[in-house]
Design a protein around this ligand. Sequence first.
Ligand code: CAO
Length: 271
Amino acid sequence: MSVESVSSPASVVAPAAVTGPAPAGIGANLPPWPQVDFAEFGEIEVKPVSRIQKLTGAFLSRNWLTIPHVTHQDDADITTLEAFRKAYYEDGATVKLTPLVFLIKAAVRALQTFPQFNASLDGDGKNLVLKKYFHIGVAVDTRFGLLVPVLRDCDKKSVLELAAELTAVSSKAREKGLSMAEMSGGCFSISSLGGVGGTGFTPIINAPEVAILGVTKTRLTPQPSDEGGVEWHKMLPLSLSYDHRVINGADAARFTALIATLLADPQALAA
Ligand code: CAO
């Protein structure tokens, strides 16, 4: 699924990214959608598609059809990070601290190292706009549909500040929805299904961004120990979709590997 920003039902407006010309010819020669009388085959119920779903669906189709996506898969060893989180909770935590917040910090460092990931193609595709700010969108599953609040200046915020902001903004998204302002200006998005499940997926890029990181459920994996035996490590699957017009596969592999390396040292990310 895409994480294109859409607003709550009360305040939907078209974001700037969809006001440009539609790419010529794309989808023009496709056969018509099959018209089927499903009632012929059994009992059915018909429900209208919500305004948010229609908007999201349009963005999804545009992004999927117009961006040459590649999804790179990797794993991050978060055994130390999980021990760090456990110790944090045992110390009487007041703020909910999930792996996602460390991913935001790691993504910022990776964007600083690989500026072509913190970029957008301009309207006619002739220039790459490199951003010097680090605003990260986070996909939130709500009753309105998928909303993507943008956490601003993540390079300047601590792990705990980001954790508190993520909790507040995801609660707001679920209870009231979000304004376009709260969902605009993102540089890079993260879509975490870790609390739900899965071993990997293909997130659709949130145009005009050029990459998105998908995360699924941590799993225990046996690894050879230094003593020649086996030890169990907590591995976090990472799925990075990138726009192949802007990013090449080797850089995507380096970017994802750097995120994995950074996650292995949670103390440094929390500093
Ligand atoms: N592996 C295992 N457990 C994980 C995990 C992972 N990768 N990531 C989070 N968890 C755990 C959390 O630690 C938490 O456990 P506890 O309650 O015991 O602490 C539980 O799963 C639920 O986490 P959460 O979902 O409340 O918090 P989060 O920070 O991980 O995510 C949010 C917040 C808002 C991103 C998430 O709730 C959400 O909406 N995810 C769905 C996004 C989505 O739909 N993406 C698909 C879009 S298609 O591209």
